[in-house]
Design a protein around this ligand. Sequence first.
Ligand code: 4GS
Length: 270
Amino acid sequence: MILSFHYSTSQPINQSTNAMYFKVVTIFPQMFDSFWNHGIIRRALEDKKIFASAVNIRNYAEDRHQVTDDRPYGGGSGMVMKPEPLAAAIRDASQTLTGTKTVLLTPQGRVFNQKMAWELATSDGLILVCGRYEGVDERICHDLIDYEISIGDYVLTGGEPAAMIIIDAVTRLIPGALGGEDAAEKDSFSDDLLEHAHYTRPGNFEGQEVPEVLLSGHHQEIEKWRLESSVMRTLLKRPDLLLQNKNLNRQQRDILKKWRFEIEKILDSQ
Ligand code: 4GS
């Protein structure tokens, strides 16, 4: 089992390859043991497309009990992550990894999306800082954090699942990480459309048939069907994506016009 891809902490590692380096700063590094060991993340690690490890903030606590949290100034319930061990852990990580961006996972951050995944994928490495408890001491954010990112408007018990989501979304954008699979798959969301519907055998599942065109072997017709499926699913399920998309191409606009025409015919017949 890949327990983590440790790199020496005493000297900068060779980042001359195109590989991407992830370092997670957390009080629960073991949460990542399973994450590193499945599917595309595992293969990307094995193929050295990515390097990743999780470091325990506790190892940077100086006191005998290795405390990482403390009571909030001003009182109130809950605990706050102490700045010293967290700062030491982040500094150590950024000394090992040059050219990295440091990301704090927090509901206060910019809400993560595919465009941000592409942006992050251009950096040489990412240090992902996982908050726990009520949050981190504010002074950490000022000096040590480049980006604050939220994975969505809800509250987690810790930033770890958020860090996994960022690593997952960024890894699949790294050239070669998806293996033989097509780059087109990555493009599917970059043009802000949902994927077309997918089918596999059997041809009839509990009375539901696979669309006939997909069985026809007529590649051009299949492509047309997929494009239409993609545009119309987006219209029905996520119209907001179409509304914010300012670069619909000719084909995509024609599909919408065709259906507008069909809908107008129905209305005119009433
Ligand atoms: C998120 C989020 C989050 C906030 C961590 C309360 C524990 C928790 N992190 N996107 N303290 N949403 N973090 O909810 O990134």
